[in-house]
Design a binder for this molecule. Sequence first.
Ligand SMILES: C[S@@+](CC[C@H](N)C(=O)[O-])C[C@H]1O[C@@H](n2cnc3c(N)ncnc32)[C@H](O)[C@@H]1O
Length: 292
Amino acid sequence: MPADSDTPAADMDDADDDVLVPIPPDHGEAEPAPEEVQANLYDFPKYYDLVFGSDWKAEYDFLLDGIKKHGDGAVQTMFEPACGTGRLMVKLGKAGYAIAGNDLNEKAVAFCNARLARHGLPETAVVGDMADFSVEEPVDACFNMINSFRHLGSQAEAESHLNCIADALRPGGLYFLGLHLTPEDDDWEGEETWHARRGQLSIISDLRTTHFDRANRMETLGMTFDVSTPTRRFIMRDVMHYRTYTRVEIKELFQTVDRFEILETYDFCYEIDEPIEIDALTEDVVFVLKKK
Ligand SMILES: C[S@@+](CC[C@H](N)C(=O)[O-])C[C@H]1O[C@@H](n2cnc3c(N)ncnc32)[C@H](O)[C@@H]1O
């Protein structure tokens, strides 16, 4: 098992200078076969953050634009359910927002809090379940940008999550909820390969759908991190499960919970001046929800 992978380090903090480039799916490795380990990738926040952390800017700008466009002018406090490594929390905290979050994974929470502390911000991430939490004081906005919501495996958990968010928001508060929908053309096969580098750490990540159980609404993804340091190379494998939502199923969920008004929908281009109409082929969507 990798030794120092969950230890935040100063040079691992900000993703601004990271290099993240898509590479063709058929990249070949001529080296001898590296060691392979089965692991929960969320237990390795340094690696997670390198692969996913460099994408913060478009989401961050979108959140600020969205608050301006859809908020009532008084957004100062924010909460991120399933905050992970806090890649967005730290940026919003540095911008002056009072920011807090929770995550099931204690290693991610420790990483997040260490990062917040390094920036002189309060350590406001807690270990918690996004389907069963409360906040001490209602907040102005919540956000959950990249599919974490789909980790909730049942209708009951999804409803409970939306009720927790509604309870955590002040009246009129906003919830930015980003997820991939199941398009109606049955084209569920997806694959993404990226190469990310920070300092002397290099990771080739590969994420692909391996099974799509439409009847039970469950997508299975295989995820591989091919990790290279100056002294070692190894491959980490994980399997992730994401509940699926068609455009009809997500809207039915909102109707059942009945705590939010849908203000607008966008896609993962995060262009605040380019809202989208969800149609049969829509995949990535960010809902801007307003607490009723
Ligand atoms: C894709 S990561 C996203 C992390 C972060 N929101 C971001 O944008 O980088 C998903 C996160 O959801 C967390 N998670 C999964 N199920 C959860 C639950 N029921 N409650 C809280 N966190 C959960 C995982 O531990 C992981 O950190």
